[in-house]
Design a protein around this ligand. Structure first.
Ligand code: GUN
Length: 286
């Protein structure tokens, strides 16, 4: 079987058309949605991610502002900026791009963001709310993955789901969302014994490890839904995922490509979270 491609670019485009209308509605009410992005340090990948996020806001009618700090910036400067943004009624979302430079403590910085503006959903209050089943902000990448299932009508109830990776940004919230949707979830990580055996059982396989082509064809169950969260740059400059795409595509029923799969959906869900935050602030709902 050759897998059906889950096209993140097309789905993102479709969702963004609706978001644009919602942003226009808010703007007409004098409540234009606003996102502030903080970039500290010169990580080249982070710079590209931030540029893409700011561009996506622009295209959707969300006002965005970028605050850039050099690698040696004082943590207190970032905390002062976050306090300002917390108090600014024109800002509905604050995103601190990770990773932060070594002299900044991510827990302290993320913990300073007002929970109702934490559009990444990384604050303890928001992680807790997701775990308890009434989320305020769902972290963008796992939320984007869930949209693929919804769009392609992929039922999750009772399914065997395997998440490879246990990060706070992807693996843990992904597992929580799959569990909420009724899947039986296994979380694998760098200490897992016999990763292949776990993956082979997966009807839904989410790879979020950051190792190029680590999930090989022989690890995939025939007919599985394969979601590749990895974005890795190879020596020749090309991008590839955590899944060895060519063989996997011949075994799976559905698969996301890299690029053009999960990546565009992550940014789209940042727009969704920012819009929802602005709608809540304006008391407008949908
Ligand atoms: N770095 C890698 N992924 C993310 C993300 O989703 N949000 C933020 N803030 N930083 C990241």
């Amino acid at each position: 079987m050759t897998a059906k491609i889950l096209d993140g670019k097309a789905l993102a485009q479709k969702l963004r058309a609706d978001f644009k209308r919602r942003a226009e509605r808010l703007t007409a009410q004098g409540a234009r949605p606003g996102l502030a992005v903080i970039l500290a340090g010169g990580d080249p990948a982070s710079r590209i991610y931030v540029r893409n996020k700011v561009d996506a806001c622009e295209q959707t009618g969300i006002r965005s502002e970028k605050h850039v700090y050099p690698a040696g910036a004082e943590q207190s400067a970032l905390l002062d900026r976050i306090a300002e943004l917390n108090a600014d009624p024109a800002i509905h979302g604050i995103l601190v791009q990770l990773p932060l430079p070594g002299n900044c403590d991510a827990g302290t910085i993320l913990g300073a963001i007002a929970p109702e503006k934490d559009v990444d959903g990384f604050r303890a209050e928001n992680v807790g709310a997701l775990m308890l089943g009434s989320p305020r902000f769902i972290p963008c990448t796992p939320r984007g993955v869930m949209k693929f299932f919804e769009e392609a009508d992929i039922a999750l109830e009772g399914k065997e789901a395997v998440v490879v990776g246990r990060s706070n940004i992807v693996g843990k919230p992904m597992a929580m969302l799959l569990m909420r949707a009724g899947a039986t979830v296994t979380v694998c990580h760098s200490r897992t014994r016999d990763l292949r055996a776990h993956c082979r059982r997966a009807e839904i396989l989410v790879a979020a490890v950051g190792k190029p082509k680590m999930i090989t064809g022989d690890m995939i169950r025939p007919g599985a839904v394969v979601i590749d969260v990895g974005i890795n740059r190879l020596a020749d400059g090309k991008l590839c995922g955590d899944v060895d795409f060519a063989p996997a595509r011949e075994i799976a029923a559905f698969i996301t490509p890299v690029p053009g799969g999960v990546g565009p959906m992550t940014i789209t869900m940042l727009l969704a979270n920012t819009l929802e935050s602005a709608e809540r602030a304006a008391g407008s709902g949908r």
